[in-house]
Design a protein around this ligand. Structure first.
Ligand SMILES: Nc1nc2c(ncn2[C@@H]2O[C@H](COP(=O)(O)OP(=O)(O)OP(=O)(O)O)[C@@H](O)[C@H]2O)c(=O)[nH]1
Ligand SMILES: [Mg+2]
Length: 442
């Protein structure tokens, strides 16, 4: 699809800075830039130039101007980048002038959309650039770089190739009338199908980790009043964030700290102690705690190890629960504790670093050097889930000796689902959905 409009936008953040970059992309980019600078722009050369306004009497700014001729640019079109001084008025004047010469302001994600339509990068790579920009941790940034470089796409492509091969194999088999050849084809198709299905499952697991890495994880501290939840929040985050007193029912609202665990962003949430005889404000706090528990990836159930009541409240009975015995410094007899109990003291700091490891382990966040997950998005997981369902359906069809064409059709659907990840088979509304989430200038 050819774009006839030339678009412009500020690529750097709004506000005052030493430098701001304005990007211009489209068929008129070069001629507009030449008029504005009155310089013969040489491809990929940095020109220090005066940007002239109107009839050439006023100077907008002095800037470094670089021209990237198509197709060797981010969008695949002619692109000119203006590195001007980082002042909002300079940028506004420059954009105004570019529009006066015939460009228009870009909408959100329009540069990336053009890069996609011109085949510069596939959809998941462009999403990875957006994820890289918004990465909230070092690991998240590293994983986004991997996807941007195409690690994720390559694996999707390899699975797509396998699916095409299996379909070809089935279709070739359909032409044979002899029964023994048909049986042979079926056996080999079944083996290949299982192989490919397992590959999708492995890819799914890595991508799921990648999604977690991008959006971060959440852990909520719950338990009876006064067991030391707020003290643990402060100890784990090494910030004096939550109020700690000896009065049961101190925390009434949901308090959280954003921290990092194993290089992954984690929101640690403190809640009101769970009890039934709470006053009206505390009751509201307990209701909020209930919601936080529902949504958290991990529920850290805090127990006062020096007290006899160590049964978890009804609310915290979830498989996402990690029991933590606090106030180890007050404990004299450990015999009542379960074996391998996690024993800490928020007061002295004993056991806190081990607790951090336990949290990471339960959230399956341990970094392994061999496999930094690439970044991925929920929509990729959804596409893979649908592909897996189709693969399983194909396997069932073969098992019940249904005509091979039916399995081939399931594989075609699986192929289409996976193709949505890279954008190979992507309806226009999905493209709109993906790109309009990006920011302007990207
Ligand atoms: N000795 C000892 N005291 C602790 C420890 N952790 C917390 N405390 C004390 O226990 C009391 C309650 O601590 P908080 O952190 O406010 O407990 P909480 O679970 O947040 O309580 P609510 O917000 O009321 O539900 C405070 O007096 C803390 O100083 C610990 O490990 N050892
Ligand atoms: Mg508290």
């Amino acid at each position: 699809m050819a774009n006839t409009d030339t678009i412009c936008a500020q690529a750097t953040p709004q506000g005052n800075a030493s430098v701001s970059i304005v990007r211009l992309s489209g068929p008129q980019a070069l001629s507009i830039a030449q008029q504005l600078t009155q310089v013969e722009l040489i491809p990929r050369h940095a020109h220090f130039s005066t940007l002239l306004e109107g009839e050439g009497n006023t100077t907008i700014d002095q800037a470094v101007v670089i021209y990237f001729p198509q197709p060797h640019s981010f969008t695949g079109e002619d692109v000119v980048e203006f590195q001007c001084h980082g002042n909002p008025f300079v940028v506004k004047n420059l954009l105004q002038e570019l529009c006066r010469y015939g460009a228009r302001l870009a909408i959100a994600g329009e540069f990336s959309e053009r890069a996609f339509l011109n085949g510069k990068l596939d959809l998941s790579q462009l999403e990875a650039i957006a994820d890289l920009i918004s990465s909230g941790s070092e690991q998240a940034a590293r994983s986004a770089v991997l996807s941007m470089q195409g690690q994720f796409s390559e694996q999707v492509q390899s699975i797509l190739q396998q699916l095409i091969q299996i379909r070809t194999h089935i279709e070739a088999g359909l032409d044979f009338v002899e029964e023994d050849i048909e049986v042979e084809v079926k056996t080999s198709v079944q083996a290949k199908l299982e192989n490919t299905r397992q590959e999708i499952e492995t890819l799914f697991a890595i991508a799921q980790k990648g999604v977690q890495m991008q959006r971060g994880v959440s852990a909520v501290l719950t338990g009876l009043p006064n067991v030391g939840k707020s003290s643990l929040l402060n100890a784990l985050s090494t910030e004096e964030r939550a109020i700690v007193t000896e009065i049961p029912g101190t925390t009434r609202d949901v308090v959280y700290v954003d921290m990092e665990i194993c290089g992954i962003p984690m929101r640690l949430i403190d809640t009101a102690g769970l009890r039934t005889d709470a006053g009206i404000v505390e009751q509201e706090g307990i209701e909020r705690a209930r919601k936080a528990i529902e949504n958290a990836d991990l529920v850290i159930h805090v127990i006062d190890s020096s007290q006899s009541n160590i049964t978890p409240a009804e609310l915290t009975k979830t498989s996402r629960r990690l029991d933590v015995y606090n106030k180890a410094d007050l404990l004299t007899d450990k015999s009542a504790l379960p074996e391998n109990a996690i024993l800490v003291s928020a007061k002295t700091g004993a056991g806190i670093s081990r607790l951090r490891e336990q949290i990471a382990s339960r959230l399956q966040l341990q970094a392994s050097d061999s496999q930094t997950p690439f970044s991925a998005r929920a929509r990729h997981l959804d596409a893979m889930r649908r592909a897996l369902a189709s693969m399983q359906h194909a396997q069932q069809q073969l098992q019940i000796d249904a005509p091979m064409e039916l399995a081939a059709e399931d594989l075609r659907i699986a192929q289409q689902c996976l193709g949505e990840i890279t954008g190979e088979f992507t309806p226009d509304d999905l493209l709109d959905y993906v790109f309009r989430e990006f920011c302007i200038g990207k």
